[in-house]
Structure formats: structure tokens, C-alpha cells
Design a binder for this molecule. Structure first.
Ligand SMILES: Cc1cc2nc3c(=O)[nH]c(=O)nc-3n(C[C@H](O)[C@H](O)[C@H](O)COP(=O)(O)O)c2cc1C
Length: 318
């Protein structure tokens, strides 16, 4: 698949997830086989004024190429300025978020609120495309709610305005993250536009990714919650999609190594106080299969240093 001038090696990508898909996380997923990776959503206003926290969320390096930086907002000029920052930071693609269901964003007429307004999305995409030389993509939902499917109108407006690809999260904005995704909406969108269509929603196991691609005809599938604590899903899904033999699940030692790599990265990248605060969230996804998970979860809350965490992992993952 090609997104504008950017080649994406295979169709199993990483979905964007706030509080998760930072640089350390993306690099790990890439190492285990994700093709395209995306940053989490950052407010365009913050990116445009180069706010320190926004720049940390948007940290990237060439070892995760191809990668997209994602912004949300409703003002075309601000989105274009934020996109220029994304480009300067080294991202290969800028992704515009029109899907976020968080009330704060909806209240400002941003994120998923714009799914009710395809012409405005067209104007935002046009301004952004004019402002950068990297490809511009959009991330959308099926529509504002189950009664209003606007994905095709939105994607066509964006395509006309110069968008290079569209990712459809196969749920409505009203659904947020609950309830089954509607993969048929992805199949309908694929028939309706000529730019590449990436789909996401409900991929929990590697075989789901292959089924998704087969049933929707999408050019790629993006894995969201299914990869939390399970980067191996990318390697396994790639093998199944390519028609190869299934790949064995990871050993406990391999799980420990991947978890330590992620956590060591976060200590290095965020510094100790923030990495410690993030520890329960980061590590429990990897530890939930352990017979002693309840004990691990209780203890990880009291960890204060990387050394203590290494000891906890050694105690439980062996
Ligand atoms: C915790 C969480 C945070 C998310 N944050 C973002 C985000 O920042 N930007 C975005 O485009 N999508 C975001 N999503 C949606 C995912 O990219 C993806 O479309 C969705 O998770 C797919 O559904 P699944 O988790 O059922 O596979 C988020 C999803 C979750 C679960």
C-alpha cells in the first residue's frame, strides 16, 4: 500500500491510542511487526504553539518509519500550522483526528463532533494539504451515531480536498469504545473512495486481522486494544495474512523481555516520576496472564525505581 509517496510494507498497522502509543510503545510494536504506526492524538493548538508536553507526545525517530503524527482541531489555519510542526518533527504522514468521542473535544466542536459536518472536514483537509508536503490522512468513525452514517460523505470530501488515505474506526462516535464494531461500514467505504482505506475495531486476536481484511476488502487493518500487552499479535497476524503457518505464542521469558524493554524506554524517555506513575497501566497488560497477577498488580503500585521493577518482574515472570 502507498499513502501518497509513503510506502507501507504490509497491511497490519498499529492504531493510535491516547496514553499508550508513545515513541517507546510504537518502537516495540514495530519491532514485533507493525507496519504503519501512529502517535496518539495531540491538540492542534498545543502542537502549533510547540507546547512542551505536546512535543514530548510527538517525539519520533527514524527507526519507526513509516509513522504518522496525529492532531485534532477544528480551525483550518491552526490545523495547518500544527501539521507543519508534525512535518518538521520528522513524521512521514500527518493524520487528522475526526473520531475522538471525548466530551471535552465534542463540546469544542472537534474530533468526532465533525463527523456531522463533512464540508468543514473538507476545508480542514484542504488547508492542511496546502500547508505541508507530507501526505495528509484522516481518522474517522462510521458517523455521529447509529442512525447517521456519514463516513462516506466525510471520506469523499476529504479525498476531494487531497487526503491520501482514510482510517475508519468501525464504530459511531456515540458508541465510543463499547459495543461491536460494524465491519460492513468499512466494506462500504472501500467501495466508495479511491484512496487507501485502513480499518480498525474489534481486532483481539491475530486471526481477526485476517478475517477483517478478507471481509472488508480494506487495504490495511489497524490493531488497537488487541496489542496492549501483546505486541506478538502483529507478527502472528502478518503470518496468517501472508498465508503462512501460525506462529507460536510468546514464552513467559519473552513476555518479560518485551515488558522490560517498554518500561526501560519509558524511564529513559519520561524520567522516573512519570514512568513510575505510568507503571501499573503499562505493565498490567503484560502481566494479566500470570497466575500471580493479583499479587503483581498489588505490588507494582508500590514500585518506585526501575531496579525495584526489574526485581518484581524477575519474581513473577519465571
Ligand atoms: C484507550 C484508547 C485510546 C485511543 N486513542 C485514540 C487516539 O488518540 N486517536 C485515534 O485516532 N484513535 C484512538 N483510539 C481508537 C483506536 O485508534 C482504534 O480505532 C480503536 O481502538 C479500534 O478498536 P479496538 O480497540 O476495538 O480494536 C483509541 C482507542 C483506545 C482504546
Amino acid at each position: 500500500m502507498k499513502i501518497g509517496s509513503v510506502r507501507v510494507g504490509h497491511p497490519v498497522a498499529l492504531a493510535s491510542m491516547e496514553e499508550h502509543t508513545n515513541y517507546c510503545f510504537r518502537r516495540l510494536m514495530k519491532q514485533f511487526g507493525a507496519s504503519l504506526v501512529r502517535s496518539e492524538r495531540v491538540d492542534a493548538v498545543d502542537a502549533a504553539r510547540r507546547d512542551r508536553r505536546a512535543l514530548r507526545l510527538l517525539h519520533t525517530a527514524p527507526d519507526e518509519t513509516p509513522r504518522a503524527g496525529q492532531i485534532s482541531g477544528a480551525d483550518p489555519a491552526v490545523m495547518a500550522e500544527a501539521a507543519r510542526v508534525i512535518e518538521q518533527l520528522g513524521f512521514d504522514i500527518v493524520d487528522l483526528n475526526f473520531e475522538c468521542p471525548i466530551r471535552r473535544l465534542l463540546g469544542r466542536g472537534e474530533g468526532g463532533a465533525l463527523m456531522a459536518d463533512p464540508p468543514t472536514i473538507g476545508r480542514i483537509v484542504a488547508a492542511t494539504v496546502r500547508g505541508v508536503s507530507i501526505p495528509v490522512t484522516i481518522k474517522i468513525r462510521t458517523g455521529p451515531d447509529a442512525e447517521h452514517e456519514t463516513a462516506i460523505d466525510v471520506a469523499r470530501a476529504a479525498q476531494e480536498a487531497g487526503a491520501a488515505a482514510v482510517e475508519l474506526h468501525a464504530r459511531s462516535v456515540a458508541q465510543a469504545y463499547a459495543g461491536g464494531p460494524d465491519w460492513t461500514a468499512v466494506a462500504r467505504l472501500k467501495q466508495a473512495v479511491s484512496i487507501p482505506v485502513i480499518g480498525s475495531g474489534g481486532i483481539r486476536e491475530a486471526s481477526d486481522a485476517a478475517r477483517f481484511l478478507h471481509q472488508t476488502g480494506a487495504d490495511a487493518v489497524a490493531i488497537g486494544r488487541g496489542c496492549l500487552g501483546n505486541p506478538w499479535i502483529f507478527r502472528q497476524a502478518r503470518a496468517i495474512v501472508a498465508g503462512g503457518a501460525a506462529i507460536r505464542p510468546p514464552t513467559v521469558a519473552e513476555r518479560a523481555r518485551a515488558l522490560l524493554q517498554l518500561v526501560e524506554g519509558e524511564f529513559h524517555f519520561y524520567g522516573r516520576p512519570l514512568a513510575v506513575r505510568r507503571l501499573p497501566r503499562t505493565s498490567c497488560y503484560f502481566a494479566k496472564f500470570l497466575p500471580s497477577f493479583a499479587e503483581f498488580r498489588g505490588k507494582v503500585r508500590h514500585v518506585g525505581t526501575l531496579q525495584q521493577f526489574r526485581l518484581l518482574v524477575r519474581e513473577h515472570f519465571c
